[in-house]
Design a protein around this ligand. Structure first.
Ligand code: ZN
Length: 401
């Protein structure tokens, strides 16, 4: 296929139409997304519901393809409608024009993260309907707001409103990350996120003295312990080629605040730290360790959690999970190789897993640079179309497993 064929391809046209909707942070207006999805549901003869889980919230769009055995647990195909901001001057093409070049590269914010997945689900359903396929399990497609930013992620609100149980969801697919080589990435877990603030109080006074128990000394002790821990994680990662960043705990100093002027020893200094805890770590023991370091540093350190996510157990990727076996078998039959990973960031899957529903993060994108949240985000038309075929296989298998 060449550029002319891609431009006239119905699936590519739908994808580009969705990419042209600037559902970009901050203050996203989801009206155009909802209208687009309503048109898609009509074309596919899927029922559509718009849900506002609480009064203040943004719309969640839910499509449904009723299964022949609706009493069976359903399959959820999740995606988010919002995209992260752009620095338009750094882009070679307008980030909301969905420009396609001669090679079939389609440039747009959301081309990888994750409007591609949304319309690929729809493309797969179109292909299945055309082939006369009838799902045994009910299929739901959720298109949620505020995944990338905002205090109320749509999926969290759906989960809090107990929607996943109301819909009797047995398994969910959500976004992954593209792979730069042939092997596709599949994510079965996420690390636990903490944003911690340390408010370090100490003796204040004149900068010419050697006062004891100063905030600076305490900060130095605590930071050294955190950095020692960080260095050990770096060593662990570097020493074992089978590990990826999602397998270790990351600690990063993100904020340092405090002080009045150079010759005044301040009564208070603050540290902001981003911590992502590996799924294999004992979280309670780690918290205890940090509290102990605060004590050792001298009293007067307040340990405040700005974000404290709870540990969410990974989705089982073994014989105990029939959905996993079906997913894996579909990819095997297509001859696609995968690697299992822990996601480095945070996606809606964590909310789904939190209520005990197995979820895998998978975007059918290989041999493509990882450009999510980056300038010149693009996806090749042939990769996109191949992804529809991949989903066709996976979705039909999951619906009938
Ligand atoms: Zn995303």
């Amino acid at each position: 296929m060449g550029k002319h064929d891609w431009e006239n391809n119905e699936e590519i046209q739908i994808f580009r139409e969705y990419l042209r909707i600037p559902s970009v942070h901050p203050n996203v207006d989801y009206t155009a997304c909802v209208d687009f999805l309503k048109r898609q549901a009509t074309r596919l003869n899927l029922s559509l519901e718009i849900i506002y889980p609480n009064k203040e919230s943004n719309p969640c769009v839910l499509m449904k393809w009723q299964g022949q055995q609706p009493e069976l647990p359903a399959i959820l195909l999740n995606s988010h409608m919002d995209v992260v901001p752009v620095f338009a001057d750094k882009w070679t093409h307008d980030p909301f024009a969905a420009h396609m070049d001669e090679e079939g590269r389609i440039y747009a914010r959301g081309a990888q993260d994750m409007k591609c997945v949304s319309t690929q689900y729809l493309g797969a359903i179109r292909a299945l309907k055309a082939a006369g396929f009838q799902p045994r399990r009910t299929l739901y497609l959720s298109f949620v707001p505020e995944e990338e930013a905002g205090p109320n992620p749509g999926m969290l609100e759906l989960v809090q409103a107990d929607y996943m149980h109301k819909l009797n969801i047995g398994f969910s697919l959500d976004e992954g990350i593209s792979s730069e080589n042939e092997i596709y990435n599949v994510f079965y877990a996420e690390r636990t996120l903490w944003h911690v603030r340390f408010k370090i109080s100490g003796t204040s006074g004149h900068g010419s003295l050697l006062l004891s128990h100063t905030a600076g000394e305490k900060l130095n002790y605590l930071l050294a312990k955190l950095m020692e821990f960080r260095a050990a994680q770096v060593k662990l990662l570097e020493g074992n080629s089978s590990l990826t960043i999602g397998d270790v705990t990351t600690v990063n100093l993100t904020q340092v605040c405090g002080g009045v002027q150079s010759n005044v020893v301040p009564p208070l200094l603050e540290l902001g730290v981003d911590i992502r805890i590996a799924v294999t770590m004992d979280i309670a023991a780690f918290e205890k360790q940090i509290r102990q370091w605060c004590e050792e540093a001298g009293s007067g350190i307040e340990f405040i959690f700005e974000t404290k996510d709870e540990f969410v157990p990974p989705t089982k990727v073994d014989a105990t999970n029939p959905y996993w076996l079906t997913f894996k078998q579909s990819l095997d039959e297509l001859g696609l190789k995968i690697r299992l990973l822990v996601f480095t960031g945070a996606t809606d899957s964590r909310f789904i897993r939190q209520v005990g529903i197995p979820a895998l993060g998978f975007s059918p994108i290989n041999n493509t640079p990882v450009l999510l949240h980056d300038h010149n985000e693009y996806l090749r038309a042939d990769t996109y179309l191949q992804g529809i075929q991949t989903y066709k296989k996976i979705i039909s298998s999951l619906a009938n497993c």
